[in-house]
Design a protein around this ligand. Structure first.
Ligand SMILES: C[S@@+](CC[C@H](N)C(=O)[O-])C[C@H]1O[C@@H](n2cnc3c(N)ncnc32)[C@H](O)[C@@H]1O
Length: 393
């Protein structure tokens, strides 16, 4: 890759996944990768941009930087946006939309910033062609991102279009589903080896098990998407994407020789999860079972169990503390030899699990602050290991 063709990009992600995203980008061949706040900056060429969109499991969007400038007033913002040669980036016949994000700046209204940028683009086209492209907020051909932090503005093109977390397989999602990027990030945080048992015994719409199966089969998450934002750009190179799709298809492992299991107490959830897994092309890799957590036997250890139980906020469960006690008891009885992970925002009830955590990671499930808690369920009679330090011996 010649350095002349390299440009700066920003992959956005969720809080707590930045270092994992940076590692993922490096493994894909990105250069000068730097983990930042809920994002990672990197450099690469057009192929790298397409590759990041196709393969990143931990990015929600990939932005291509167009210009950075000082923006301390609306006039300054308008002036700098008007300096860009917009017909190099989009056609008059195309639609566009602006996403504005502002932090600690003179501007306190992102709608106002988006409007100003839109006006500057529309006026630029009118001045040159006497016509302007239309805005389409829902399905624009070109999505433009303006980020203002303090006095510095960055204008970028959004190469992903619809968020990358919308993989396209989950059109059916029951109560309180997890985002796909968060689920993939949690699986990375478990350090699951992609070669031993994996179970989510409160699987809901199946996000964890579907992401796990796609990872284990080396299936690029972008393969199930309808399209990417960069496909609407003037410089779109179809042959690069075609080659990447072919390479990604060829890299898929045909089968798995270990078990991935998704179970849930609700028959409707299992039905949804099965339909989602089929759409994600991993239907045959996951065994779905309709059983309660208490009754579900996991596949042979070693393995990873991860659950996102009802928090008692979004879902109503009577006696939530007893529910978490049941989780702890079941882990002790059934999950020997497993590394068990529980994602919850219910920090009061989690004490009722009654097991010692060996790791706690702060994450956000939408607006909810959560913890991913790790419980190492040792094999043998090391019962001491399980004891909650707050309990008297
Ligand atoms: C927060 S949702 C999980 C969402 C899931 N991670 C997803 O992405 O769709 C919690 C799930 O736990 C299930 N559940 C509640 N109590 C259960 C129990 N005792 N045994 C098994 N599943 C249970 C619910 O049916 C629900 O689907």
């Amino acid at each position: 890759m010649s350095d002349n063709n390299k440009f700066k990009m920003l992959a956005k992600t969720l809080s707590g996944l930045e270092d994992l995203l940076a590692a993922e980008l490096r493994s894909l061949g990105a250069s000068d990768v730097k983990a930042m706040n809920r994002s990672a900056e990197f450099f690469g060429d057009k192929k790298m941009l397409y590759k990041a969109n196709m393969h990143c499991r931990l990015a929600t969007r990939i932005l291509k930087q167009v210009k950075t400038f000082n923006a301390t007033s609306s006039d300054e913002l308008y002036h700098h946006v008007s300096q860009i040669k917009w017909d190099k980036l989009m056609r008059l016949s195309q639609t566009f939309a602006i996403d504005a994000v502002i932090n600690y700046s003179e501007f306190n209204n992102s709608m106002f910033v988006a409007q100003k940028v839109k006006d500057a683009i529309a006026d630029w086209f009118r001045a040159k062609y006497d016509k302007r492209p239309s805005v389409d907020i829902k399905r624009p051909n070109v999505r433009i991102n303006i980020h203002i932090r303090a006095k510095k503005a960055t204008l970028s093109l959004d190469s992903s279009g619809e968020a990358l977390s919308k993989r396209g397989y989950r059109t059916e999602a029951g109560t309180a589903p997890l985002g796909e990027v968060l689920a993939a990030g949690i699986i990375e945080l478990t350090r699951w080896d992609r070669a031993s048992s994996f179970i989510d015994s409160m699987c809901g719409s199946g996000t964890f098990v579907i992401e796990a199966a796609q990872m284990a089969r080396n299936m690029a998450p972008g393969l199930t998407r309808k399209g990417f934002g960069f496909m609407g750009w003037r410089d779109y190179d179809e042959s690069i994407l075609r080659d990447l799709v072919e390479e990604a298809q060829a890299a898929i492992k045909p089968n798995l020789d270990f078990k991935i299991v998704g179970s849930d107490i609700e028959p409707a959830r299992i039905k949804e999860a099965m339909a989602n897994a089929k759409r994600a092309r991993v239907g045959k890799d996951i065994e779905f079972v309709c059983k309660s957590f208490e009754k579900q036997e996991p596949p042979p250890a070693p393995g990873v169990m991860v659950i996102n139980p009802p928090y008692g906020e979004r879902m109503v469960i009577t006696r939530i503390d007893e529910f978490y006690t049941m989780i702890g008891d079941t882990l002790k009885q059934n999950y020997e030899g497993y590394n068990a992970f529980v994602l919850t925002s219910n920090l009061d009830s989690i004490k009722h699990v009654g097991l010692r955590t060996s790791q706690r990671v702060k994450l956000f499930n939408g607006p909810l602050e959560c913890r991913l808690l790790k419980f190492e369920m040792y094999k043998g009679s090391r019962k001491e290991k399980y004891r909650n330090p707050e309990e008297k011996p």
